[in-house]
Design a binder for this molecule. Sequence first.
Ligand SMILES: NC(=O)c1ccc[n+]([C@@H]2O[C@H](COP(=O)([O-])OP(=O)(O)OC[C@H]3O[C@@H](n4cnc5c(N)ncnc54)[C@H](OP(=O)(O)O)[C@@H]3O)[C@@H](O)[C@H]2O)c1
Length: 266
Amino acid sequence: MSLPPPSSDTAALVTGASSGIGAEFARELSRRGHQVVLVARSGDKLAELAAELGAGAHVLTADVGHPAARAALPDRVAELGLSASMLVNNAGFSTLGPVAKSDPAAELNLVEVDIAAVVDLCSRFVPGMVERGRGAVLNVASTAAFQPLPGQAAYGAAKAFVLSYTQSLATELRGTGVSATALCPGPVKTGFGERAGFAEGDFDGALPKVMWVSAADVAKKAIDAMAAGKRVVIPGAVNRVGAGLAQLTPRALLLPALARVHPGLK
Ligand SMILES: NC(=O)c1ccc[n+]([C@@H]2O[C@H](COP(=O)([O-])OP(=O)(O)OC[C@H]3O[C@@H](n4cnc5c(N)ncnc54)[C@H](OP(=O)(O)O)[C@@H]3O)[C@@H](O)[C@H]2O)c1
């Protein structure tokens, strides 16, 4: 398995390309010669990135939390004279705090962006890839996918969904020329912590330095894993060990310990 080759009529569609890991996916794919379709709500940031990347970068401003905006994406890509040879479902965010104090609208928006958009866009773009016998999907989960996460309950469950869904998709796609890979990063310095509402130092300070991988390295490792046709990639040796231990530790021990230290439950 290898990545679909770059061409004048194909592109990688990257959601959440306006910052953090998504912007680095766009940079790395562009560096490897692929055209990129940049999707997010912040059109100004996407335009800035497109200017940096040059003529092979295209901007489609969209809120992937809205079903109608997602439904419009295939036609908008076709209007650019392109088909999506790669789909990177990266847009995502977390809420923070106990469910008992949660905002229902924010929780449902998380489900739309972190779960529904992944499923919807795979359903819309994978059939064309299978028809053409070539394609690659990357769905961004998290190391939070490997155990429940009290304090970010909806986020942990959403990422567990993405991991499970992508592993099934990868298995179904065997022999079609299309791959699916779940990316499970540990902590990465981006706008993520602030957007979730972590207090200054709580996100960075709560997790040991050895777990942190830069957004550029995460993107590079993820694209290498896609190219190798891997089902799951966890950047960073410490995070791989942590994910293994999280799956093996009895929930009765692990969950109270996680709840005790989670900044969202203080
Ligand atoms: N940073 C970490 O520690 C970490 C760890 C594990 C997994 N992840 C995952 O990595 C992915 C990227 O996050 P990041 O760390 O790069 O955070 P980030 O810097 O906050 O980037 C999030 C991206 O998602 C986009 N987005 C959010 N809601 C959207 C919506 N409704 N429609 C379209 N785009 C939307 C944002 O763009 P706009 O605001 O412009 O729409 C932005 O481009 C997420 O799925 C996150 O869960 C992050």
